[in-house]
Every structure is written in C-alpha cells, then in structure tokens.
Design a protein around this ligand. Sequence first.
Ligand code: 4AD
Ligand code: MG
Length: 474
Amino acid sequence: MSLSIKDILQQKPIGTTQEVKGWVRTFRSNRFIALSDGSTIKTLQLVVDFENLEEGLLKKIATGAAIRAKGDLLSSQGKGQDVEIHVTDLEVLGESNPEEYPLQPKKHSMEFLRDIAHLRMRTNTFGAVMRIRHHLAYAVHDYFHKKQFFYLHTPIITGSDAEGAGEMFNVSILDKKNPPLTEEGNIDYSKDFFAKETNLTVSGQLEAELGAMALSKVYTFGPTFRAENSNTSRHLAEFWMIEPEVAFNDLNANMDLAEDFLKHVIRYTLENCGDDLEFLESRLKEEEKSKPEKDRSEPLREKLQFVVDNNFRRVSYTEAIDILRNSKPNKKKRFNYLIDEWGADLQSEHEKYLVQHFNAPVILFDYPAKIKAFYMRLNEDEKTVRAMDILFPGIGEIVGGSQREERYDVLRGKMNDFGIDEKELDWYLDTRKFGSCVHSGFGLGFERLVLFVTGMTNIRDVIPFPRTPGNAEF
Ligand code: 4AD
Ligand code: MG
C-alpha cells in the first residue's frame, strides 16, 4: 500500500519512489503542484516537467482536480517544504473546471462555505475541524474503555418521552388514537409500525441508567435529536451526545469524572492534533487582527492547555446567584435578563459572566428542583437537586448531569408532580424497586466540545452535515 501524504512528510523516505493520489490545491509556474489527500493539513509539493509528459496534460491541472503522481522523493531546495516528489508519471483522474469550481485558493467566508457544505471539507479549515473531531471521538472511547466502562447502544427511536429536554421529532406513522386495523381487527403493523407514539431520542440517559444498574459503568455516544426551533450558534437539531452513567457514584464523584474526562480528551488533541491546532490558531489570530488587543482571545493551544492544567471551579447555584445579583451588569441592568430572585434559570449571558468571573471552567451544582428534570436526586433541603452543569469559556453549558433520584417513593412523587404517566415509565421505576442504588451521570454535547477545541464560533461549522431549522440538504 502506498504511503499517505502524512506518512511521507513524517517519514521523509528520501531517495525512494513514491506514488500518491490526491487533489490539487494550488498549481503555480506551470511546474509546482501542492497536493492534498486529506491525511494532514499539509500539502506535498510535486515538481512536474510537463515537456516530458503526455501532451495536453498541463491544461487539465487545476485546483480541485484529482490526480495520481509517481516519482522520486527528494530533498526540496525551495522554501516551505523539506521534501518533494519529482514526477515522472502523472495521470489526471478527475478534472475540475476552474470556471465552475467554487473553491479557489483564497479565503472564503463561513457563510459561503455553509452554502456549499458538500464541498467545504476540502478546505483547510474544515479539513482541520473534521480531523480534530475524529480524534476527539477516538479519545472519548479510549478514555472510557481504559476505565472499564462499556459502550451501550441506546435506541434512536424511542417510545419514552420523559426527558423533558426539548421538543421531539415524532416518528409515529399514524395517529395512536385511531390505529389502523386488519380485517381480523388486530393492529395492522404494516401501517402503524409501533402502534404507539414514538420519537427520535433526546437523550439516552434513562436507558443508560438501566445499563449502569447491571454493568456498573456504561456510556453512550450517539446521535440525539431536539426539535427546538432555536437558531443559535450553539444549537443543532441533530447532535451527538456522550452520556456516561455510573452506579454507586454520587454527585461529587460525577464531577470528578466529568472533569477528568474533559481534561483527558482535550489533552489528547493537544498531543495528537498539533498541525491542525496550529493552523486553526493562526487562522483565529488572523481573524482577530482587526480587534483591539484587549478584545483578542488567547492563543488556541494556550486556552486548551489552561483547561487541562487547572482545576474547574465548583460553585453552588445559590452562590452563583449571589454573585450574579451583585454583579455590575445586573445592577446596571446590562443583562438582558436580570437576576433578582433565587430560583431563576440562568441564561447564556449569566453563564458567560460566571466563567469570566472565575476565569476558569465552572461546575455549577445544586440547582433549584423546579428548573431541572424530574429524575434528579432531591437534596435534604427539599428545594434543590443534585444537578450539575459545566460551563466553558466562550461556550457556556457544555455538560449537563446529575445524581439520580434512587428512592422509589420520592421518584414516583416527582413524576406525579411533573405530570409524567407512571405506566409509560414502569420500566424505569423498576430500577428503583429492584436493587436500587446511588448513581450518577452526565451528558456532554459533542459538537460543543469540538467548538471549544477548534476555536470555531458556530456549531454549524463543526459537524459535517448540520441539521438546523430549514436545513436538511443531503
Ligand atoms: O443538558 P442536557 O439537556 O442533558 C441531558 O440530556 C441529560 N439527559 C444528560 C445526562 O445527564 N445524561 O444536554 C446535555 C448536553 C448539553 O450540556 C449540551 O452540551 C448538549 O447536550 N446539547 C446540545 N448540543 C447541541 N445542540 C443542542 N440542541 C443541544 N442540546 C443539548
Ligand atoms: Mg442542560
């Protein structure tokens, strides 16, 4: 098997004959091709003497064309690269008409690239983001596998609607009140597949809890759907969530796990995605040139290293509310949403303020029971629950989790208060009936993690095919 461009640039097997395939990035002086195969952000320089090759070949070389090239790998005399291939055999596999090809070797706006999302992975920026995304996903599995967690596949189509996390995408075929019947009077499953209301999952948590009650430590990592009609730079209708769930962990152990896990995956990218991070860092620097110095963000890799090296700040909701109430923006009515009462839900502007105030990632815990989901463990004060949200600089909420209510009667009472039908969740209640125990878990929004690590600013730019209101191309 031939070497990838990444291998060639790393191993530099000078003097050997190499064959490469990839796409032309730039072509200059009718002689130098910068070739990309996506294995790395770097391109490989090909030096081509077209006079010694088949006639007409030169005209077919343009940005975006797919080619195969063969020749000797030599040290490069030119600036910008250590090695280059002196091509003796060249084939154009797929031409790319420069009059029509929308990607030219210049800077394109993110909006323009979103419009041509089917081609944007060919740019340096999106190539870097996708490679980092891959490494992060790998690091997630690596972390949990080494800690003896089991990867649990929870359903995508679900009959449970109890998370209360957001609007759901309905996948029932027909109205459950009038199920279609066969001539014999049975439900006709060919017309109404599940014969009950079903939705795309908003979270695998409740099913992950079933796994944790048998396997002790499990995690999910799968697509998650929320039909929230919110056009923000932090929300997608289809995103990927990682949800560990651990039997016998209380809220403190849950915070320890989340912090250690986040540090691990970020450290992993620092160690394995150096070239791509360096590129994204310089891209950000370039973008922020026009800003006054005080408004510029710190270099990307320093920001990541800081998170890896420093403790997250753990702050109770009550403390946070005090800080917010007495903050300048609140007093001077600069927040859009003023905090004047204990019990208020925090908006992203408050989360942003808290992260700046502590100058570190913040774990907020012990939220008012009323603003959190029914399954969270009620504290002894009977007002707060053992919830935790992790807030990251520039992102806001990246993780939401909790210790779960393990007491059968209390959980039933809560379901009642929240208007949840016990019959719908009898399987969930069974975990509290048979061998119930303290347990905890959390959900990490994968795209928010990718946003943080890559320094991108819009969540649509860290997933290959974003699903947002009005956007379901492909
Ligand atoms: O806070 P959420 O809604 O928590 C849950 O779903 C729990 N069941 C998790 C658990 O305890 N196992 O969502 C968890 C995380 C959020 O912190 C956020 O990072 C991400 O999922 N998230 C979204 N990411 C992108 N687009 C959306 N619409 C998102 N909604 C939530
Ligand atoms: Mg949340």
